[in-house]
Design a protein around this ligand. Structure first.
Ligand SMILES: [Zn+2]
Length: 118
């Protein structure tokens, strides 16, 4: 999964093609993401204690991650994302168009330490 929560992505396929919006949820197992305002559906809800008014609730449904491209914050193009190891030993994502860093992935590489139980 090369898309992270909080990334800006551009939708490539479907009704929302061309839309740029923020990633709200990433589901790595299903390879889907929820993008703000993309793939909105109306869920019809009955009156209930939680929602005494009932009516239609607008919510975003997940879209396949393959349907979007990450928008690079540096060159603001929809781009593919690469991975590389920095000189500090950490992995980072980078824009394949302008090769700007898109931020580290996780903490710095961990050193192998002896387990406390021996
Ligand atoms: Zn770029």
């Amino acid at each position: 999964m090369r898309v992270k929560k909080g990334d800006t992505v551009e939708v490539q396929i479907g009704d929302n093609r061309g839309t740029r919006a923020k990633v709200l949820v990433v589901n790595a197992q299903a390879n889907t993401i929820v993008v703000e305002g993309v793939n909105r559906v109306y869920k019809h809800v009955r009156r209930s204690r939680r929602n005494p008014q009932g009516g239609r609730l607008s919510m975003e449904m997940p879209v396949p991650v393959a349907n979007v491209m990450v928008v690079c914050p540096k060159c603001s193009q929809a781009t593919r994302v690469g991975m590389r190891v920095t000189s500090a030993g950490t992995k980072e994502r980078f824009c394949k168009k302008c090769s700007a860093s898109l931020g580290q992935i996780g903490p710095a590489a961990r050193m192998k330490t002896a387990s406390p139980k021996g």
